[in-house]
Design a protein around this ligand. Structure first.
Ligand SMILES: NC(=O)c1ccc[n+]([C@@H]2O[C@H](COP(=O)([O-])OP(=O)(O)OC[C@H]3O[C@@H](n4cnc5c(N)ncnc54)[C@H](OP(=O)(O)O)[C@@H]3O)[C@@H](O)[C@H]2O)c1
Length: 242
């Protein structure tokens, strides 16, 4: 049984589809209620949840446990890129919204899942979706780079705090996935985001990881983990046809 936050579109919706297709029951949330994956049948809970609201995240966790009895895998995927552009020009409200969703949202979800794992027998797997931006300083992405670096470090802390409960925590950079977030990157002029040409080239060459590829990586971490899986890691590039 897996929870995915930010499952109304993009990577989260695609991972939910894959999880359901391989028979994993899913609990899905976002600010807009996610559509149930076709393959999920009755094995799905969907909810409108803003991950910046700790109480709402706790209530969602309780509702999923109520329905399925336990959660084996929790994926904190909800995230924002904006604001894009030099930090000196950034709107303070947009900076706060970024950190609230990308950092506090991940902390709240991680805490809710850690409490759940300690409240029932057996371990569990926490996956926090990170980014190459956690370690590469992209000009124009100050809040995003900072928030994803925070995700990596928070994940290391949770891994240390919860190991005795059998909780394994991973920060997973998914590679580049063609979602609304990528469209907003490509729509940014080079004056505000100097690396934009790299993202146009990715589109021209269709050099993306699919959500299903990322989902399969996460399923292995949860249900067939290699003994030496690092806490902070990146999904390998998906082989291209031809
Ligand atoms: N796409 C990439 O190439 C890429 C690369 C590296 C990392 N990532 C990471 O992958 C994750 C998903 O990105 P994406 O590309 O799929 O982005 P996206 O297309 O913009 O989708 C973001 C998802 O997060 C949800 N969300 C945003 N703020 C939320 C909030 N406060 N509460 C609940 N849900 C919220 C959105 O739903 P609502 O609007 O309905 O709330 C949506 O479902 C993010 O953490 C992103 O940083 C993406």
């Amino acid at each position: 049984m897996a929870v995915v936050t930010g499952a109304s579109r993009g990577l989260g919706a695609g991972m939910a589809e894959r999880f359901a297709a391989v028979g994993v029951a899913v609990g899905l949330c976002a600010r807009h209620r996610p559509s149930p994956p076709a393959a999920a049948g009755a094995d799905v809970v969907t909810a409108e949840v803003d991950v910046t609201d700790a109480g709402a995240v706790d209530r969602f966790c309780a509702a999923v446990v109520d329905r399925f009895g336990r959660i084996d895998l929790w994926v904190n995927n909800a995230g924002l890129l904006a604001p894009i552009g030099p930090l000196r020009d950034a709107d303070p409200g947009e900076l706060r919204a970024n950190v609230d969703a990308n950092v506090l949202g991940v902390l709240y979800g991680s805490a809710a899942f850690a409490r759940h794992v300690r409240a029932r027998p057996g371990g569990g797997t926490l996956v926090n979706i990170s980014s190459g931006a956690a370690t590469t300083p992209y000009a124009g992405w100050a809040a995003y780079c900072a928030s994803k670096a925070a995700v990596d470090q928070a994940t290391r802390v949770v891994a240390a705090e919860e190991a005795d409960a059998g909780l394994r925590a991973y920060a997973v950079a998914p590679g580049v996935v063609d979602t609304d977030m990528q469209a907003s990157i490509r729509a940014t002029p080079a004056e505000r985001f100097p690396a934009v040409e790299r993202f146009h080239e990715l589109k021209r060459t269709d050099a993306y990881n699919s959500p299903a590829w990322v989902a399969d990586h996460i399923l292995r971490l949860a249900f067939d983990p290699p003994a030496d899986a690092p806490t902070v890691q990146r999904v390998a590039a998906e082989p291209r046809p031809g």
